[in-house]
Design a protein around this ligand. Structure first.
Ligand code: SF4
Length: 305
């Protein structure tokens, strides 16, 4: 069989699903290659991460027996069968990423945030799905894709596996600040981390105490990066957005503004993102309302009144 693969949109990130499909089919003796319109394919897999807001699927496949579409960009669908899901990924598809191991130790999250697909896709309970040895073969870096590792009942033993690897670990989806405890902080301190980041998404939930506790527990620890993602344009007011940004900065965290459905975001939210995420500006201009684009915005809205 000849298998064709299409990575519709994840160009700056290796597509884990396609890497697993490739490994699985190669193990069956099938020929696997990136799809192109010049050959006939028995099966073509199209994988898409982002929805219509951020990317369009403009690829029409007419040279295949079967076309299988999957990924969050196409909406809910079945998971990969276990035999494929637990296959070691084929990094030859993305040789530029072969020094990093990508994978999941756990799946699912109990939080059920309204804007997030994880609960519907992976379930409202975090559970262990793999040991590190399933997808790590001595690479220098590990990029974990787990939605909420600390919510997994087995997270301490999984953190130990990460610590023992001595690889540089990136908790790419962040850690849940509400689930930090003295025990798991002690384990986290043993993991070689590239970055530790959190999120403060819900403006109606005051997480100040949790962040403060984290600062106290890690006061003498060397976390080089304490980034916190702040979700905006999802039911929050500008004042609530600014409050979270300023509170985090005061506590020694590095806020980073995320905009939900950016095309619909009000100009003031875009200004907030520009101010916060451009770190040179953020450190020099202390007060948001002294930021030049904000002054212009206020002047132009006064002129139109
Ligand atoms: S805590 Fe994170 S992973 Fe869990 S539902 Fe909320 S946004 Fe999604």
């Amino acid at each position: 069989m000849r298998i064709g693969l299409i990575d519709v949109d994840s160009h700056n990130f290796p597509n884990l699903c396609l890497m697993k499909l490739s490994a699985y089919h190669k193990a069956q003796g099938h020929q696997v290659m990136w799809w192109n319109p010049l050959f006939y394919f028995d099966v073509v897999y199209k994988s898409r991460v982002f929805t219509d807001t951020y990317s369009k699927d403009k690829i029409t496949v007419t040279n295949a027996g079967t076309v299988i579409k999957g990924g969050t960009g196409y909406g809910p669908g079945p998971d990969l069968p276990d035999a494929i899901e637990h296959t070691y990924p084929d990094y030859s598809l993305y040789p530029q990423y072969s020094e990093t191991a990508y994978g999941f130790l756990s799946r699912g999250c109990p939080r059920g945030c309204g804007f997030c697909i994880v609960g519907g896709k992976e379930g409202r309970r975090s559970r262990k799905v793999a040991d590190l040895s399933e997808f790590w073969r001595g690479q220098r870096e590990i990029k974990l894709m787990d939605a909420n590792l600390l919510a997994c009942p087995d997270h301490e033993s999984l953190l130990l596996q990460l610590a023992d690897s001595r690889a540089l670990v990136d908790f790419s989806q962040g850690l849940d600040i509400r689930l930090i405890t003295p025990d798991n902080v002690a384990l986290l301190n043993r993991v070689r981390t590239k970055a530790v980041h959190f999120a403060w998404d819900n403006p109606n939930e005051d997480l100040t105490g949790y962040f403060q506790r984290f600062v106290e527990m890690t006061a003498i620890k060397n976390f080089r990066n304490r980034r916190v993602y702040v979700l905006t344009n999802y039911g929050s007011t500008h004042e609530q957005d600014l409050y979270r940004v300023e509170t985090l900065r005061r506590m020694g965290f590095d806020p980073f503004v995320m905009i939900y459905e950016k095309p619909t975001a009000p100009p003031i939210t875009r200004c907030l993102q520009q101010w916060v995420n451009n770190k040179r500006v953020f450190h020099v201009v202390e007060n948001f309302y002294d930021f030049e684009p904000v002054k212009k915005l206020r002047n132009s809205s006064m002129e139109t009144r």
